[in-house]
Design a binder for this molecule. Structure first.
Ligand code: ATP
Length: 699
């Protein structure tokens, strides 16, 4: 009987003395972990991850250290799992020794009575091994899934505080892939990777130890060949890593294309873009296919090379064994046991080699997550600041506020682009390591509006961007409770930027913004955002019922309060007319309600929030004349008694405004009441329709 040398016989023996199958880094021999390419975001918006030339092990180690803290809380389980692994390996070792005993005493001598003893022990050991295997496997799966859950939650929570420009510069589909596939790849590196390493190491030690006990000279001869496996793995590592990265990026690109296409289906159909969209998907799918085939081919090649190497080892041992038996220095049972140990020894040795490949490929996913973690929130909560005791009335002051979007470079900045690079590099180093260990998101300089949103590798968002003007320059104004301040100006003048600064999506680069005399960055973020209600250009809809959509303005609001808000927003009647009334389900992009109706639901939500400051960004944009008229009355109710900043091109409400601020190229060009500005004949009167309007005002 030829003893088992390879996977198949090993499986047979393992069926007799079951070995635990802990989640393998490589689920199947030829399934190389998933792949990505470092070509950065397909839209080229932000920077690319770690340099492909950087040392693989360094990147992997950095990734491991970054994500390892997330296993906190489960480490004693990891110890237990490793213990199970070790015991199971010991049980296997015992089983193989018993196999030799059975061969020599029962099979070779044909003695049935010699069979029962070792057979009973073998069965006991197999049962014990099975039990331990079950416990270890169950615990390993549990710990692995918990890790994935925790990592995903951590990344998701980080993504949620990132500034708006991050989402404009990253494709959503790609972010989705990072939160799903890439997260799982990290698990393979951190949790399963550790268990696999322990398992492979101990199995190697035990089987090698047993082989040494049987025939130390043959065992040493076999072990001398072990570095060949390591060399083979090394040869394949970098190519597999590249393929892994390519596949990961292609995966993200496919999800992005599908998501963008589905979200834009009206444009696709109206402009007959079906074929273009199909072509886009086809291009990405081909890239994915190429990477996937390449990765699998490499993995398969590695697998076959290793098999040939194993065969060489086995034949060498059989040859030597045959010679030893013929010389009477070895029994058949010993040779079979020895060969069985080899059958057990090769998989862990091979696994150790393959672990490197797995880690290598998982590093690709890790780098993509590190890119996300390296993007910093544009603003941070002030440390340990209690909400002010005073009631907030809503006096809003902008004092010489200038602002430039992160990643954009002004003419004057161009000389300092390299400085930005240096600054952000340091940020990243600090950010990614500490980020997971601590819950804070603070990064020095993150709030400056210039040094945020960078990725590992040292590139900055600034790099490659065309110089632009700052979005706001030296803007000062005050808005008091009960005042309606209308902000208008040509497209791109900086109006929406004002709306983004007030709830602190960004901090200004220069100047101060205050609420009731308190600088915004001295107020806890949640406190501030409860007091500043923003109605952005696009109507925001939650997945949920109309009731939930309104109630999210003030969690815990009663039905009566919700209905009152809906009534004031002129939404109650049309909601009641719906078959499911307030229980009608809405979703982003819903067609259940018209634009005007959705806007009124949003107004009801804002009414319920009842905050002293209101920022309305183009509340009638996208509505036809009738729908716009229908929201004007609810808007007036909403604005009454609050400090309202109304950003609009639509000057219908201009005569009602206490003040009109006209922005032009980021500067405050004019300020005054409607009539004054019309008479002045500047930008405002031009916007309003100049000559005729001026005549009307002066008549
Ligand atoms: N995320 C961003 N990253 C970089 N630049 C931006 C970003 N958002 C806006 N800008 C730039 O800032 C400037 C002001 O933009 P903003 O959206 O405030 O203008 P706006 O007056 O509201 O325009 P519109 O009336 O067309 O909405 C523009 O030049 C715009 O291109």
């Amino acid at each position: 009987m030829v003893p088992p040398y390879d996977d198949q016989p090993t499986v047979r023996l393992r069926a007799i003395a079951p070995a635990p199958k802990f989640p393998a880094p490589n689920p199947a021999p030829n399934a190389v972990p998933e792949f990505t390419e470092d070509k950065g975001d397909a839209d080229g918006a932000e920077t690319v991850g770690a340099a492909p030339h950087a040392g693989i092990s360094k990147n992997a180690w950095h990734a491991f250290r970054t994500f390892w803290p997330l296993s906190k809380g489960d480490r004693r389980w990891l110890v237990l799992i490793c213990l199970c692994v070790v015991i199971a390996a010991l049980a296997e070792t015992g089983a193989v020794l018993l196999f030799g005993e059975l061969t020599d005493h029962a099979l070779k001598e044909g003695s049935v009575s010699a069979f029962w003893g070792p057979a009973g022990k073998w069965l006991a050991m197999a049962t014990f091994g099975a039990l331990i295997g079950y416990i270890g496997n169950s615990a390993a799966v549990w710990v692995a899934e918990r890790f994935v859950m925790r990592l995903r939650a951590r990344i998701f929570s980080h993504v949620q505080v990132l500034p708006p420009h991050f989402f404009q510069r990253h494709r959503q589909g790609d972010l989705v892939t990072r939160l799903t596939g890439d997260v799982e790849a990290i698990e393979q590196m951190v949790v399963s990777g550790v268990v696999q390493t322990v398992s492979a190491l101990f199995s190697t030690v035990f089987f090698f130890g047993a082989a040494l006990m049987l025939r130390w000279d043959l065992a040493l001869a076999t072990f001398a060949l072990a570095p060949l496996f390591w060399l083979a793995a090394r040869q394949f590592a970098s190519r597999i890593r590249t393929a892994a990265r390519q596949e990961r990026v292609a995966d993200g690109a496919i999800t992005s294309v599908v998501e963008e296409s589905l979200g834009n289906v009206v444009l696709t159909q109206a402009y007959n873009r079906r074929r273009d969209e199909e072509k886009r998907l086809h291009t990405e799918a081909r890239a994915w296919m190429r990477a996937s085939v390449r990765g699998n081919r490499l993995s398969e090649m590695y697998e076959q090379v290793v098999q040939v190497m194993e065969t060489v080892c086995v034949l060498t041992i059989i040859g030597l064994g045959a010679w030893e038996i013929s010389e009477g220095r070895m029994t058949l049972g010993q040779l079979l046991s020895f060969a069985a140990f080899l059958g057990y020894l090769f998989p862990p040795i091979r696994q150790l080699g393959q672990l490197g490949l797995t880690v290598t490929a998982a590093t690709a996913g890790a780098e993509r997550l590190l890119e996300i973690l390296a993007a910093r929130p544009a603003v941070t909560d002030p440390p340990r600041v209690a909400p002010p005791d005073q009631e907030i009335y809503g006096v809003v002051e902008f004092e010489r506020v200038s602002f430039q979007y992160p990643g954009t470079v002004t003419d004057t900045d161009l000389g300092t682009v390299t400085d930005l690079g240096a600054a952000t590099d340091t940020d990243l180093g600090a950010a990614t390591d500490t980020d997971l260990g601590t819950a804070t998101d603070t990064v020095p300089g993150a709030a400056t509006g210039t040094a945020t949103g960078t990725a590992p590798g040292g590139s900055t968002e600034a790099a490659g961007h065309v110089p632009v003007r700052p979005a706001l320059r030296d803007v000062s104004f005050t808005a008091r409770p009960g005042e309606l301040v209308l902000i208008t100006g040509p497209s791109g003048a900086g109006k929406s930027t004002v709306a983004k600064l007030l709830p602190r999506f960004y901090d200004p680069g220069a100047g101060d913004i205050r609420l009731d005399g308190i600088p915004l960055d001295a107020l806890p973020l949640e406190f501030l955002r409860e007091r500043v209600t923003l109605l952005p250009q696009e109507t925001l809809v939650l997945h949920g019922t109309i009731r939930e959509n309104i109630a999210c303005g003030r969690p815990g609001a009663t039905d009566d309060e919700i209905f009152r808000a809906a009534r004031d927003a002129a939404a109650h009647d049309f909601v009641n007319a719906l078959p499911d009334g307030y229980d009608t389900h809405l979703a982003p992009g819903t067609a259940q309600l018209s634009g005007g109706q959705l806007q009124r639901v949003a107004i009801a939500r804002a009414l319920l929030r009842d905050s002293p400051v209101l920022v309305l960004d183009e509340p009638t944009a996208g509505l036809d004349a009738l729908a716009a008229r229908q929201v004007i009355a609810p808007l007036r109710r909403l604005m009454s008694g609050r400090t309202t900043l109304l950003i609009t091109h639509d000057l219908h409400l201009a005569p009602d405004a206490d003040r009109i601020l006209v922005l032009d190229h980021g500067r405050l060009a004019e300020s005054g009441r409607h009539e004054e500005l019309l008479v002045r004949g500047g930008t405002y009167s031009r916007l309003h329709g100049n000559g005729a309007a001026r005549q009307l005002a002066t008549s």
